[in-house]
Design a binder for this molecule. Structure first.
Ligand SMILES: [Fe+2]
Length: 243
């Protein structure tokens, strides 16, 4: 079976109405254990073995520490991740949840799909929103790939909703687990990696408007360079990836 057919088959078995209600009632957030079939996770793990030397490490005191692999590297070395991002049935499932105006990220966005690699003790990210620098909304997906860790994804719902009390939550991201949310709504962090642990997560990003003003583009590129992928990767795109 291809990645597309396996993923499409898993999605066709989901209770889409229930998920839609959950997504809307939680200000555009939902989480599901074992969403991605383990056979697909295993393919990504195999491809990741070759990607380890290409992890770009980053450190921002008091906010984040970890490693990342950008879309430009993944599209060369992880056909499985590229295929997930481009699977029409997956896109349609997400698009139905958000109301029908979803689009892929533009090809120059290094965050369209990326790996977050926590491999050293203390790797983490502090509380933040996945702010949209695009003119429309930005949606984030997180998928567990490897999780031999005590890390938790901690998140607060309804922080910007005056009608509801904020609620706090915590979950591990085991292999195949998925969360999907509007980046401007979800206040979240990942707790620090312990000694001898490892946590690899895949992130995918979709938007509702591919356009971005020149200043938000500058801010977004600087953030991606410093906090995630390195200047060469962000500003040279495919040409900046290591061979
Ligand atoms: Fe985030």
């Amino acid at each position: 079976m291809t990645v597309r057919s396996e993923l499409a088959s898993a999605i066709s078995a989901l209770p889409s109405n229930t998920i839609h209600q959950e997504f809307v009632s939680q200000d555009e957030f939902f989480a599901m254990k074992n969403f991605i079939p383990q056979s697909i996770v295993e393919r990504i793990c195999d491809e990741f073995a070759k990607l380890r030397p290409k992890i770009n490490r980053n450190y921002i005191p008091k906010h984040k520490k970890g490693g990342s692999v950008s879309r430009f590297t993944l599209e060369k070395y992880s056909p499985t991740i590229k295929e997930i991002y481009e699977t029409p049935e997956f896109f349609d499932f997400l698009n139905n949840l958000v109301g029908g105006d979803l689009q892929d990220c533009p090809p120059e966005d290094p965050h369209a799909y990326a790996l977050y690699c926590y491999t050293e003790p203390g790797d983490h990210i502090g509380f933040h929103y996945d702010t949209s620098y695009y003119k429309g909304r930005r949606y984030t997906i997180l998928i567990g790939i490897i999780d031999n860790s005590s890390c938790k994804l901690e998140y607060d719902l309804f922080t910007k909703n005056p009608q509801k009390e904020t609620t706090t939550h915590s979950t591990s991201l085991d292999p195949g687990d998925l969360v999907f949310f509007n980046g401007d709504n979800l206040y979240h962090r990942v707790t620090p990696l312990g000694e001898g642990e490892e946590r690899i997560a895949l992130t995918l990003e979709y938007v509702t408007d591919q356009s971005m003003g020149w200043f938000p583009r500058f801010v977004s590129n600087m953030k991606d360079s410093i906090a995630y992928f390195g200047f060469k990767n962000v500003f040279l795109g495919k040409k900046g990836t290591t061979q």
